[in-house]
Design a protein around this ligand. Structure first.
Ligand SMILES: Nc1ncnc2c1ncn2[C@@H]1O[C@H](COP(=O)(O)OP(=O)(O)O)[C@@H](O)[C@H]1O
Ligand SMILES: [Mg+2]
Length: 268
């Protein structure tokens, strides 16, 4: 469905993506894991054509989005539904208007049908009788579910999830995970999620890819990633403070520890 090759993106002198390769199969959910600030959101923005990479290609059903002009990008973006980090609902619009947003903009259906579709999509995420509410009246978990209903409203082929469980308590996070799995099963959509929440990654992923220092260093099934023999992957998925990822921070940790010792750096 999507083939990413040699993707490079930098900001000034800071290299974020440094030759990333990734294939995203149709009808499955691919989860990209990686530490904060490793470029996961940048990768999603490149896929949507919101950021232009310096090198590499992103083929979506054979068409390279990195070579498209704004008009072509608008039509490619119609294939996508997006659940933004923090849901990003329009605060001044009701829940119903939020979910209807893409449908009205695309003018795909008459208004009466849009109202029915809004209720149908809200029901798919387990919400009823909420379309008159304002986002401020919703809990964090409900906002995410409304965000999901909005993402699927125009029946996209590909769903992008940016940190779908971040900021939710573990139970609400699991409700969202279950919904993501259910949507893949019932709609057959291709999913791409980025997260650093391994519980979520294991639950929703058909395949997990790890982004590290600008490259995809490992791709596999959740089981393969869980038992990876790469020291970098295993440090990340097990959430250990000590290991190759943090080796460069260890001098700092040693320095902080020594602060508490009688002959620590402060004493000199
Ligand atoms: N528009 C931008 N301009 C400059 N730097 C950016 C921009 N977007 C992201 N970055 C930098 O790129 C790096 C990766 O960011 P991001 O993709 O948001 O990380 P994450 O993996 O946490 O989603 C960060 O160091 C961030 O500061
Ligand atoms: Mg991010």
């Amino acid at each position: 469905m999507i083939v990413i090759k040699g993707l490079c993106k930098r900001f000034g002198t800071k290299i974020v993506l440094d030759g990333a390769d990734l294939e995203i199969p149709a009808g499955k959910t691919t989860v990209v894991i990686g530490g904060s600030g490793t470029g996961k959101s940048v990768l999603l923005k490149c896929i949507l054509g919101l950021l232009k990479p310096e090198a590499g290609s992103i083929l979506i059903e054979g068409e390279d989005v990195t070579k498209m002009d704004e008009r072509e990008l608008v039509s490619v973006r119609r294939k996508f539904g997006m659940l933004f980090q923090g849901a990003a609902l329009f605060d001044s619009m009701t829940v119903g208007d939020n979910v209807a947003f893409a449908l009205r903009r695309l003018r795909l259906y008459p208004e009466k049908q849009i109202l029915d579709l809004v209720e149908e999509k809200l029901a798919m995420v387990g919400l009823r009788n909420v379309s008159h509410l304002m986002p401020a009246e919703l809990s964090g978990g409900m906002k995410k579910r409304v965000g999901l209903a909005r993402a699927i409203a125009a029946e996209p082929e590909i769903l992008l999830y940016d940190e779908p469980t971040t900021g939710l308590d573990p139970i609400m996070a699991d409700v969202i995970n279950d919904l993501i799995v259910a949507l893949r099963e019932s709609l057959g959509v291709t999913g791409i999620a980025i997260t650093h929440d391994m519980a979520s990654a294991y639950k929703i992923a058909d395949r997990i890819a790890m982004l590290y220092k600008g490259k995809i260093i490992s791709v596999g099934t959740p089981d393969e990633i869980r038992h990876s023999d790469s020291p970098i992957v295993s440090q990340f998925v097990e959430g250990r403070a000590k290991g190759p990822i943090t080796a460069e921070h260890e001098d700092f940790v040693r320095f902080v520890r020594r602060q508490g010792e009688p002959n620590g750096p402060e004493a000199n």
